[in-house]
Structure formats: structure tokens, C-alpha cells
Design a protein around this ligand. Sequence first.
Ligand SMILES: [Zn+2]
Length: 559
Amino acid sequence: MLNSIASLTSSTAAVDAVLGAVPVPGQYFSFTKIVFSLLAFGILARAMTWTDTDLARLHGRRTFWNAIVFLTGLLAVIVLLFVPNFLVALLLFVAVSSAGLGSYILQRNSLVAETDRVFTAAHLKKVLIGSGAKPAEKPLPLLELQIAIQQTNGAHVTAPDDELLQTGFQLAHFLLADALSQRATDVALIPSGQTTRLLHRIDGVTTERQRLSVQDSSALVSFIKYASKMDVAEKRVPQRGRLVVNSKGGLTPLWVSTSGSSAGERLDIKLLSKAQELTLDDLRLPADQLNKIRGLAGEPKGLVVVTGGRDCGTTTTLYAFLRSHDAYVQHIHSIETRPLTELENITQHKPKVSEGQIDTAGTLRSVLRGDPGVVLVELAKDAPTLKMMLQAAQSRKLYAGMSSSNTFAALSELMTLAGDPQLLSRSLKGIVAQKLMRKLCPTCREAYQPDSQLLGRLNLPVDKIKQFYRPPSKPLVDEKGKPIICFTCKGSGYFGRVGVFEILVVSDEVRELIKQDAGISQIKSVCRKKRMLYLQEQALRRVIEGLTSVNEVVRISKT
Ligand SMILES: [Zn+2]
């Protein structure tokens, strides 16, 4: 066999015979054509996989762009296989396949941060020469969620004829769509050295979403200022504005504010939720507490105080109290520095400012002259306002917001500010203290058996409690063992918040003690005898129900 091959190759006539069987280049099956075709298919296949991975990473329109790249690729392959002149076929192949891929690259490059653009001079340099550290900024994700930015009068905000503002227009849409899909209630852009930190506040917890390049954040801040009718050139003096985002979920009002510092300009956006539209029944109170709250709302006159720190949901509860009154029958007024929403048939006043001071008492005095049936004072923290409220509460219904962290601290403050135990005892009907607790994600929460020591420390019956829940203790994986992120909570382990309440109802016994100016500890022990539960105990009830975790109770106890 070997000999026969050797004899064949050694013979010139045989070599000619073999070569004669291979078609010359340009004919249908040329060796060069096969090599080039395989190379071209290889590059095309690689480009398709890259497009798909890139789309997945950027949350782009995956089906749409994959289809474009695939169909143009298919067309290019047909051209390469069937156009007779190979050189023409190859040039057409490159042109057709680049059309699809090129359009995708142009589109994605226009939307991502500069450092994440591909096939730019900087990118090619990085690929060819290599770069040291990974860039700190990531692109803003391109989301499928379609939104429109509107002015408060409903007019759509369009991209102005300015390069910076046009970039900002696109980035602002991604920023807000991303914030909505993440359920963020606050978004902040804070300059920090060479980058800008993008922070989200979700369920009351602030986390860094990503870092942006200074160019991107400056385009964003400029556009948002332009859209909310602020002075774009003014970068130091604090400014405030309003916008509305129109999305599938409805309208979300935004409060926008900017302020300057030595590090640069900071932007804060508050996304207002539907929480302000809740009624008392929507607050998800346990039945016994709902009855107490309904009782307080049903009292025709007197003062009800709702107390809690910042971001505790007190405004939502105060609004829910107001909604329990018939606004067509009673004249309802509110005094609020920055109303969270417009309340139907309720006259909302902003407190007057006199000599640079907010004059809540002065505003209340003029509101009371109109003889209203119900009055809400969002924040009553000065003696003149409280005294006036207690007086007025003898013949009408008043609600006051305070900032003490529990009912007894609020009562103690009221006793000091009122300075009149008789008046306080006659007017005060009850105090509601509240905090907001994150709810465990229903998709990925994990059951576990709490140890008896913990139950003992929490004063809970060891024999009765079988399991508690907590966020997943191990990273989630799919059926193939690949790490995944929970679709519901995006990996935070929590989804949404629920209020937890401590309710002090002024019973006859408590009223008598207030009248006698008794100490808080004495009032406390009377309330405890009537089985009143503290805020933390109410929070633990929610742990037993599986609604939240022990860690969350600990976290809110510290705030
Ligand atoms: Zn989850």
C-alpha cells in the first residue's frame, strides 16, 4: 500500500492526474473557498453567541435582536453558497452579515456607558493591547419596561436638540425603568471621585445599584433638571422639582431635588407609591388591632396621635384615618409641609412661614376659624400647636403626626408639651406608634427550626413554635446547579413592607392616670395588665406568621 502511494507520488504523470481532479480556484468546490467559507461561518456563529450573551447581560430585546442577527446571517450564508463568483460572494457575505450585527452594535453602543461600548477605538485598543483594571462603571441595563417621562400636567417630556440632554433623555428612561422594576422608592446619584454612585432604596434599605461614569451621570442630572423645569446651569444652590413616570403600572409621581457640594452635584429622586391611597382596612393589621384603630377613627371628637420616625409610614396611616371620614359631610383640612398626594375633597394647607420659621400654630389658627370637622397636622411638635389641637379636639376630630419611636415616649412628650393634664386627659383618645417591616419574599423564603434559646430570649413558647422563616441561607441554584437570582425579590430575600403597630387606647383608667399626672411607668403597667403588646412583640407576631424574619425585627428595633 505504502509502496503504491510512493510510486504514485513519485510519478509526475500521477501527480498531474491527482491535481487534475481538484478544480482550480473559482470553480464550485475550491479548497480556498472551503477554508474561507468555514472561517466566515465560524466568525458568524461566534458573533451570534456574543450577541445573545450581550443581550442577556444588558436585558435587551433578546428575541428581536437575535432574530435580526440570525436572519441577516442566514441570508449571508445563502449568498456565499450560491453566488458563483467567490470574491463577490465573500464581499456580499461580509456586507449582509455586518448589516444585522452592525445595527445591533450601533444601537447598544448608543445606550450603554462609554466604557462598555464595543468596536470603538478605545475598545479595540483594549482588546488588542489589553487593559489593567476592570472599569468600575457598568452600563445601565436596557430594560424591556417601557416608560414615558411626563410633566405634572401630563405633557410628555421630549429629547431637546442638544447632545448632552439627548444622552440624558435615554439614560433617564433606563434609570427610571430600572428603579421601577427594582421597586425602588428613592434613587440617588452621588458623586464619588472619578465615578458617580447610583443608590436605590428598596423596602427601606439603601444599596448601591452600580457606578456610573461622570459623563453619564452629568448627562442624566442635566436632563432630569431640564425635564423638571430647574435651572440646568445652576449646580450649587439646592433645587426642587416634580415629574411623573407613566409605565404599565400607572402613574408614579417623582419628587426631584438637586444640591451641590465640593465633590459635585447630587441628585435625589423620590418615587411616590400607591401607599398613600390606602384605607384603614388596607393596612393589613391583625384583627384585634384593626378593631382598636376603627374605634379610634369612629370617635366623633378628640385627638389621635400617629407616631414614628422617618420612613415609618405614618403619613400613609394618617391619610387612611382621614379616608375613614366622609369628606362630603364633614369639612376636612390638613396641614402638611409637602403633601405626598392630593387628597380628594380634603383641603390641604402648607404651613405658613413667618420670619424664616414654619408657623404650624399660625396656620392651624386660621384653619380652625373655618370651623372644620376634621383636621390633620402632619407634624405637631411644638407646644402652641399641640395646646391648640387639644383645645380644638374638645369639639371636633384631630389627628397629629409625631416622631417619637413608641406610644409611651409620645405620651410623655405630649404630657410635657401640653402642660395641662386635665386638658390632655379630656382630649386624647389614643396613640398609634408604627414602623415598617420588610416582608420575606414568598418565592425564596426558607423555613428553619429556631433554637430554643432564641425562643426563650424572645419570650416565646418553645413547645408551640415549629418553624420560622428567613431569606435563603445558601445561594439559589437551578435544576442544573447553576446559580440563579430570585425573580421575585431580585436576590434581596424580601419583597414589600408591612406596618407593625403599637396601639395605646386611652381607657377610663388611663384617662384618670393622665389627669392625675401619674408617671409613665404607672400608665405602662396598667396598659400591660390590659394585655397591650409593645411594638417588638407585635413584630414577633409577624415572625410567627412567617411574614418576616427575626433579623428584620432586630433591624427595625434599632431604627
Ligand atoms: Zn426571592
